[in-house]
Design a protein around this ligand. Structure first.
Ligand code: NAP
Ligand code: GLV
Length: 310
């Protein structure tokens, strides 16, 4: 089994040692310098592969994403058909996302951005505190990451609702589905967290209409993908007071261009796609399991439905 690592700009050293700790005789190659004979490549492990590259390996048995998202693979118009594709289901990615979303929910709940602005102005003033039971959280996407974030937030006493394609039965989390369900969730979300995959159905989902359906003064936390948000509509919603703040970790163009208005908007907190990283020490066992599954022709963990887009 030859595994090809394709991740431009990432040092493969830690990945090689973490994967070899799981599969000592792994034949790991690295694109572009150590590919060898393309006919010998069985599995690709990748983040943002160049378009057309995957089609150059005629004997591919599996494509494994280095992240939870999969759109960076599916966007390739020459993606070879019929090859199993798996997203990453990694406990480290999950705990990283739970930490990040909890941090940002608490930041907005406890009015931390306003306190920092007051500090800069030398303004000593108490701001009214709300009870967590009075701050309603809505989560778009109740999958591996959204459900775990929701579960953690219920522990703080926040009322949590979530929206998914299919009905969920998660303790303490109200489940919504469909377009009507989306608007029912939005109208009861003081803080809205986006953890949807990027698909043709979810692109641009956060626009003037959906942001306008939130309670006035709501907050958006987007840790999914930049293309979920219509940038101009978000700025308009913030400038009009419809939204009081936003934490954005992901952007249509990354790195966020230096002249993008998000950088300097007083009510936007920008992170450089830092919410949850894939770390070799936590992800290698999961990836190694999928390498073995691919070798044995078994279904992969996190195998996606290519037609559905996630
Ligand atoms: P997942 O397990 O596949 O969960 C996706 C959820 O979205 C599911 O609940 C799914 O519903 C729901 N969904 C998909 N399409 C929908 C639609 N059209 N309408 C309603 N609900 C829909 O994915 P995950 O592992 O939680 O990851 C979610 C996303 O987080 C990734 O795709 C990635 O973009 C993002 N992410 C970002 C970072 C970061 O650092 N910023 C890190 C990791 C991941 P069903 O359950 O009914 O199928
Ligand atoms: C990161 O954005 C991921 O999809 O894992």
């Amino acid at each position: 089994m030859a595994l090809l690592f394709i991740c431009e700009g990432e040092d493969p050293t830690d990945w090689e040692s973490a994967l070899r700790a799981e599969i000592p005789d792994l034949d790991m190659r690295v694109w572009p310098d150590r590919v060898g004979n393309p006919d010998e490549i069985d599995i690709v492990l990748t983040w943002q592969p160049p378009r057309g590259l995957l089609a150059t390996f005629p004997n591919l048995k599996a494509i494994l994403s280095l992240g939870a998202g999969i759109e960076h693979i599916l966007r390739d118009p020459e993606l070879p058909p019929g090859i199993p594709v798996a997203r990453l289901i990694d406990p480290g990615l999950q705990s990283g996302m739970v930490e990040f979303v909890t941090m940002e929910v608490l930041r907005h709940h406890r009015r931390e951005p306003e306190y920092r602005a007051q500090q800069r102005a030398g303004d000593w003033r108490l701001l009214r505190q709300s009870l967590s039971c009075d701050r309603r959280i809505g989560i778009l996407g109740l999958g591996h990451l959204g459900a775990a974030c929701g579960e953690m937030l219920t522990r703080f006493g926040f009322p949590v609702s979530g929206w998914a394609r299919t009905e969920k039965d998660l303790p303490g989390i109200a489940s919504y589905t469909g377009e009507d369900g989306l608007f029912s969730l939005l109208e009861r979300s003081d803080i809205l967290v986006c953890l949807l995959p990027l698909t043709p159905d979810t692109e641009d989902i956060l626009d003037a209409t959906t942001l306008g359906a939130l309670p006035r003064g709501a907050v958006l936390i987007n840790t999914a993908r930049g293309k979920h948000v219509v940038d101009d509509d978000l700025i308009e919603a913030l400038d009009s007071g419809q939204l009081s703040g936003a934490t954005l970790d992901v952007f249509r163009e990354e790195p966020l261009p230096a002249d993008h208005p998000f950088w300097s908007h007083p009510n936007i907190i920008v992170y450089p796609h830092a919410a949850a990283w894939t770390l070799p020490e936590s992800a290698a066992p999961v990836i190694a399991d999928n390498i073995v599954r691919a070798a044995e022709g078994r279904e992969l963990v996190g195998q996606i439905e290519v037609r559905r887009g996630y």
